[in-house]
Design a protein around this ligand. Sequence first.
Ligand code: NAD
Ligand code: UD1
Length: 303
Amino acid sequence: MATFLVTGGCGFIGSHLCAALRARGHGVRVLDDLSSGSEANLAPGSKFLLGDVCQPMALREALAGVDGCFHLAAIASVQRGEKDWLGTHRTNLSATVALLEAARASRIPVVYASSAAVYGANGNLPLHEDSTVQPLSAYGADKLGCELHARVAGHVHGIPTMGLRFFNVFGPRQDPASPYSGVISIFCDRLLRKEALDVFGDGQQTRDFIFVEDVVRALIAAMRQVNVAAPVLNICTGNGTSVLQLAYLVAELCGVRAEINHRPARAGEVRHSIGLPLRARERLGLGSTMAIRDGLEATLTWM
Ligand code: NAD
Ligand code: UD1
């Protein structure tokens, strides 16, 4: 059995990954500063290191003796990147460079979270790995920067990596309390309280929503496929749902009527985001993904 470092292991996706790694008998070390994650999310049996991924010393200590690293720590909100450009850049890109530098001496393999946000303004759907990248936000630019530095890590320093371009991930433990959280956790929380929803813009923008357990399967499979060519793969379902469709679907599952307030569209917002999942399915040996309705039911049950 192996030992893995999971940065951001107290967050939404990271906590599910840690639980799955522990269930497979692996040792798990978590480095997290608890800025958006919670210690309550920590998978039983994991070793917790409270620290900042921007600190080289904390990274070196956390990486000592591990067989691989899943790098998920980031400020996941596109909106936070708009408000605090330099601060989010430090966590979302500089920390990835610091991590790769710390992984260099032992050539520790790294699987890291990229994002569909790298495609940005590219509306030629479905988006595939060879589609032109056109980030619209600081967040998307930083995730693209992670991919470019992963290439440097492989070509110059011999570090094997794989970047996963997650589309919109949802499921239990996505923090419903934060205004910076994903739209599904916010809509589920509001509708369960019978509160009105805010829809930014006309609500016709689309997203490819993928259930967190499908993402965890991809992460674990990716660790076996890392290489110095720094491949990147889409992690998505191939199905698009508009924000308005989502609002009505969640309302139906909650047994309430959706009351919707339209608000101004967000700056730096991607209009349509639907990915092609075929390459990841083939390279990572993944099966089909969970239907959005089933994933929403599981999320609502958790709430
Ligand atoms: P999250 O906010 O729930 O988890 C991020 C974790 O990183 C938190 O536990 C937080 O405390 C920690 N963290 C943040 N800054 C840190 C720092 N400087 N040092 C140490 N720990 C720090 O977010 P998530 O949705 O689980 O996202 C995980 C990763 O996946 C992120 O890299 C995010 O950009 C990426 N991603 C998420 C989605 C999505 O839809 N949720 C989609 C694409 C990519
Ligand atoms: C999300 C992720 C980001 C990831 C990207 C990949 C979060 C917080 N963000 O960004 O990490 O890289 O997917 O595609 O998980 N909306 C409303 N009302 C609300 C909240 C949101 O209308 O109350 C709309 C937004 O304007 C947007 C859509 O819902 O059009 C999705 O928003 P959000 O969940 O914040 O995700 P993304 O910005 O797509």
